[in-house]
Design a protein around this ligand. Sequence first.
Ligand SMILES: [Zn+2]
Length: 256
Amino acid sequence: MFIVWGKKLVYRKLGHVADFCPICRKPRAFVLRRIGSAGHLYYVTVSQGELVGYERTCAQCGTAFNAEPTHYATVAPKPLPLPELARQTFPDLEQAWKDRLDLERQLRRDPHALHADDRKALIRSPFLLLSPKVEKRFASTHFDKEVGIAALVALGLMMAGPALVRKVAPDSADLAVLVCMALGVVLVIVQIALAGGRFMRREVLPVLAKCLRPLQPTPGELQAVMAELKTLRHKMATKLTLPELVAQIAGPRGDR
Ligand SMILES: [Zn+2]
């Protein structure tokens, strides 16, 4: 018998906190989770595992960041409106993030009036913050809705195809089984290969573009960051294309 065992990450929800989201560029509500590494048997774990760290996930943009639970006064067990959540869990949020909030106000007034170093750092930051999400996604094979549909279509094809051929051309029934199986496998493989692009277009590009939009970055500025990421071997650099990003930042109607 084939026994599947090993270690896997276990995420346990601790509650809700308020904090600053550098992707949304605003204070937001977050879900705080403990990350543990636990032994699994057939992917089933019984413990919360050894502590690896904590993460906070923005309720608005869905981006996860490393977290330090001791920064919070308390952790709220239930979601609350942001002002109330901030009052309970991070009462000095405005003070703790003062420099960044001032920079964001300056950015909203005029993104081109920022100091060159600040501007460069602000353009680079969302790429680096979203990179772990991309690395995690491409570290293993994932199945999305389209792959599931392709698998169902393949199954239907393998069942109905040969039955149909048997009726109209009984001599070719064996060949039909092979052809339908091959078509089914190709269909699923193609959809698995396309799933990565769909993930980037649905879950990374819109979030990245929304974060970059207020900065009004030029294609040259974006190109410089992408070239740097490529040198550092971030998967994001090869999974994103500059024209796609530029178009997404411009928005569907070219509005900013
Ligand atoms: Zn956010």
